[in-house]
Design a binder for this molecule. Structure first.
Ligand code: GDP
Ligand code: MG
Length: 252
């Protein structure tokens, strides 16, 4: 059994990608399940096979501890850690080969408190990979692109798992995607985009940060994907197959 954790900022497309990946695997007759780890979510674009909301009840927490929604959300996210055994058992009670884990809407509640890294490291699987979603619409300016690349590095330092960066919602930023892909591969292309925007001091700050990230990057690369059109799925799922060591060949 292999696990894909899906992380990214709120609204970056985690839940829809979870849904689309599971559907895609199932259409290829692969045994895949969706796990929802967001205790605060009201509606999801998929029917979760394992759902943290069955064991962590936000309403109950608000009542029992006299907390408002924000306090209850923090409490609920911290409680996820105590459910590790239950989640593992539920996953293992399925026969799934691919487990796609949708993480809480707010990344700081998952990656930067204790429960996220605890669950990510604690769930047992043959292989695990962590996706970090960079929303195409946000990442299309060179400074935002760097900011998201830094955040994804920060998340990786917390989670300590192999990481793939995903440029999400590419259907919404079609004309910008090729340029962002060039930035990810070539610091000179990135510096070219910066040179129109920044003063000398800013330019050198951004370009040096970018170069040092590129030089020492722990990421396995940036994959452009649309959960609506499924553009880019072959590339992304091919990368999973390499990590998971499966020999599957997929077609669109
Ligand atoms: N056009 C388009 N919209 C998307 C895509 N992925 C997500 N969205 C939309 O972006 C919004 C946030 O997505 P969601 O999956 O809920 O983000 P999450 O907060 O990271 O789980 C929703 O309205 C989605 O329908 C995509 O690939 N293309
Ligand atoms: Mg979500």
């Amino acid at each position: 059994m292999n696990i894909v954790y899906i992380t990214g900022t709120a609204g970056s497309g985690k839940s829809l990608l979870t849904s689309s990946l599971v559907s895609w695997y199932r259409e290829k007759s692969q045994d895949a399940i969706a796990v929802n780890l967001d205790p605060g979510v009201l509606s999801l674009p998929y029917d979760p096979d394992v759902d943290i909301r069955n064991s962590v009840d936000m309403q109950q927490i608000m009542t029992d501890y006299s907390l408002g929604p924000n306090g209850a959300l923090i409490f609920a996210n911290d409680l996820i850690a105590s459910k590790l055994g239950e989640i593992q058992e539920e996953i293992e009670s399925t026969t799934a080969d691919f487990v796609v884990v949708d993480t809480p809407g707010q990344i700081e509640l998952f990656a930067f408190r204790e429960s996220g890294p605890f669950i990510a490291k604690g769930l047992e699987a043959d292989s695990k990979v962590l996706l970090f979603l960079m929303d195409s619409l946000v990442a299309s300016s060179p400074t935002n692109f760097l900011s998201l690349a830094l955040l994804s590095t920060s998340v990786q330092l917390r989670m300590e798992l192999p990481q793939i960066q995903v440029l999400s919602k590419t259907d919404l930023a079609k004309d910008k995607v090729p340029e962002m892909m060039r930035w990810s591969k070539d610091p000179l292309a990135y510096e070219d985009a910066l040179s129109h925007l920044k003063s000398g001091t800013e330019y050198s700050f951004y370009s040096q940060l970018f170069r040092s990230l590129k030089r020492s990057s722990l990421s396995l690369g940036l994959y452009p994907v649309s959960s609506y059109t499924r553009e880019g799925f072959i590339g992304l799922i091919g990368e999973f197959a390499r990590i998971f060591g499966g020999g599957e060949e997929y077609e669109e």
